[in-house]
Design a protein around this ligand. Structure first.
Ligand SMILES: Nc1ncnc2c1ncn2[C@@H]1O[C@H](COP(=O)(O)OP(=O)(O)OP(=O)(O)O)[C@@H](O)[C@H]1O
Ligand SMILES: [Mg+2]
Length: 578
């Protein structure tokens, strides 16, 4: 379903109507003023000099003053409505977008790219938000001023008004071509900015690697290449704008000269254009000029906003590829009954050409400890992504608790499985807030027990503030092994039926890992799936799955595999202390 990003304006109908209405009031006041000025010049000054009667000067003078105060107040009111509407709209749109992104499946998030998503909720939303402010403040004002000034000019003197019309047409044509050229450029510069964001995101998040490899210069040059592409594009746009403004002023000034000239000629011919009317014609011309310049700026703002709007709408209209079909939930099974069954399951990533795992056939029983081992890239993490239903199998089936995993309620599924990722992920907050993500009702005692099970209790209690110790962005104030233990503690706290450790003990020393293994062993109802590179991490498992290039090479217990699996034996021998 196509979603219009402007739909969130519906919450600000009042502001969207009242704002422009006040702006139109201001335009009317602005258009009346030159008439009054003309009256002062033509009638007021005459009366003052001939009859010493100043009323025709100060009465219109006071009215002009009152009109400008009213005009200013209308502008302020309009500005107020504009900021309520645009800020409120921006907030609503940003929240909706974020909610949408959170609901998408990994497939879509990987396709769009995380960097792009960040640009979308910041830059792109800002641009659309600005367009809303402009809609309230200027979109009606500029044409109203142009048309109003033209009408006033026709009222004053239709012959001179044709000069106005000519000027408006010529300048509009020039602006049209400038805008047509620059909007294309604006879109290319936008792409250049996006690339800048992506590149800097990538380099900054990998800054340690960049520094370790002394690669700063390479990164700087990569960045410079992109900034210079951006610079070149922007130079062209700005040059054009730089020429456009003086040209517009020149045309207006020529028009003023023409009007003054023709008014002189008509004075000679006896058909007089009064000096008051001449002054007001000139001020109408100036108003047209200013309004036209506003229009050209508006077009640039809207060109950018529409491009951003389209990108936002693409995301808002996306449907998550993983559909929740909650036919089953909270199913209970007995110990040693199959909890996961893979039947000829194969999977291929959207961006890849080949199957990364193929024809997987195996069973995992409730309460079992299952190890998965195999070379890097052999498909271990992919199996986990399928178990969690982050992705659906390309062919074959996965049964969870005896039913097709696609029919199991996704929320229940994720509640029942607890995953520790290959890369320990912590969030800004405290140790406690990080752990409680897994279980909102956990007491301090539960948290401490989980920390004990994960061998993290000791180092956490060394902090003065214990579990309230601060966790910085990405957990960067912890060592790799500490991060791993905290994320294991979080998964244990979740108290789920299945615990998956995806290479999550790689940074732990042998002794700590052994203690952790023993702690987990005592949880008999917990199904444990342990991916590891070290044989010692999983040699006591009930079942070990050996992966080789996306296929299962063998399944069995440690001692069986030493006899039957070539790959397992090789790994074992490579790790033997000689
Ligand atoms: N998001 C992705 N998009 C495209 N291809 C991917 C993606 N993730 C993994 N792959 C590919 O799938 C294959 C299996 O990856 P997987 O992460 O399952 O390996 P692994 O066995 O967990 O390796 P490791 O021990 O290094 O963690 C690899 O060849 C990898 O290139
Ligand atoms: Mg992996």
């Amino acid at each position: 379903m196509k979603i219009n990003a402007y739909r969130y304006l519906k919450y600000y109908k009042k502001e969207m109507i009242l704002g422009p209405a006040f702006k139109i009031l201001e335009v009317i006041f602005e258009l009346i003023t030159p008439f009054l000025m003309a009256y002062i010049i033509d009638t007021g000054i005459n009366r003052a000099t001939e009859f010493n009667d100043y009323s025709a000067i100060y009465i219109p003078g006071i009215i002009i003053l009152a009109l400008s105060v009213l005009g200013l107040s209308s502008t302020l009111v309009c500005q107020y409505f504009a900021s309520i509407a645009s800020q409120g709209y921006g907030t609503k749109l940003r929240n909706a977008l974020y909610e949408k992104i959170m609901g998408l499946s990994l497939r879509e998030i990987e396709l769009v790219g995380k960097g792009n998503l960040v640009t979308l909720i910041t830059n792109d939303v800002n641009r659309v938000q600005l367009s809303v402010a402009m809609m309230v403040r200027l979109v009606l004002r500029a044409p109203a001023l142009i048309i109003g000034s033209l009408i006033c000019a026709f009222i004053i003197d239709y012959k001179f008004a044709f000069i106005f019309l000519g000027v408006v047409i010529i300048i509009s044509l020039i602006l049209f071509f400038v805008i047509k050229y620059s909007s294309k450029r604006v879109l290319t510069t936008q792409k250049a900015v996006d690339e800048l964001v992506t590149i800097s995101n990538d380099s900054l998040s990998g800054i340690r690697v960049v520094k370790a490899f002394n690669n700063e210069e390479y990164e700087i040059n990569k960045f410079k290449d992109k900034t210079s592409a951006y610079y070149k594009e922007m130079k062209k746009v700005n040059l054009l704008n730089a020429i456009t403004n003086p040209v517009t002023f020149l045309i207006i000034n020529i028009a003023i000269v023409l009007i003054v000239y023709f008014s002189g000629v008509s004075a000679i011919n006896g058909t007089d254009l009064s000096s008051g009317n001449l002054t007001s014609l000139i001020s109408y011309l100036n108003q047209i000029l200013l309004a036209l310049i506003v229009v050209s700026n508006l077009v640039v703002i809207f060109t950018k906003a529409f491009a951003s709007k389209k990108r936002i709408e693409n995301i808002l209209s996306m449907e998550p590829s993983i559909k929740n079909n909650p036919k089953y939930k909270d199913l209970k099974i007995k110990n040693r009954e199959p909890i996961f069954v893979f039947k000829n399951a194969s999977f291929k990533y959207e961006t890849g050409d080949n199957l990364v795992v193929s024809n997987l056939n195996f069973e995992i029983l409730k309460g079992e400890t299952v190890g998965i081992i195999g070379g890097t890239g052999s498909g271990k993490t992919t199996i986990i992504k399928l178990l969690e239903r982050f992705f659906d199998v390309t062919s074959g089936h996965i049964l969870y608790k005896g039913v097709d995993i696609k029919d199991y309620d996704l929320t229940s599924l994720h509640d029942e499985i607890s995953l520790v990722n290959q890369r320990a992920v912590l969030f800004k907050g405290t140790i406690k807030s990080n752990l409680m993500m897994a279980n909102k009702n956990a007491t301090n005692e539960d948290i401490n027990n989980a920390l004990k099970d994960a061998c993290a209790f000791e180092f956490v209690s060394n902090y003065k503030d214990g579990i309230d110790h601060e966790v910085e962005e990405g957990g960067k104030n912890f060592s790799g092994g500490q991060r791993q233990r905290l994320s294991i503690a979080r998964s244990i706290l979740k108290n789920s039926e299945v615990l998956i450790l995806d290479d999550s003990t790689s940074a732990l020393d042998y002794l700590t890992e052994k203690t952790l293994r023993n702690n987990l062993k005592s949880k008999e109802n917990l199904t444990k799936i342990i991916i590891a590179q070290r044989i010692s991490s999983l040699q006591n498992a009930d079942k070990i799955i050996v992966m080789y290039h996306g296929n299962i090479e063998a399944i069995g217990r440690h001692d069986e595999l030493l006899k039957t699996s070539k790959v397992y034996k090789e790994i074992y021998e490579s790790q033997e202390v000689k």
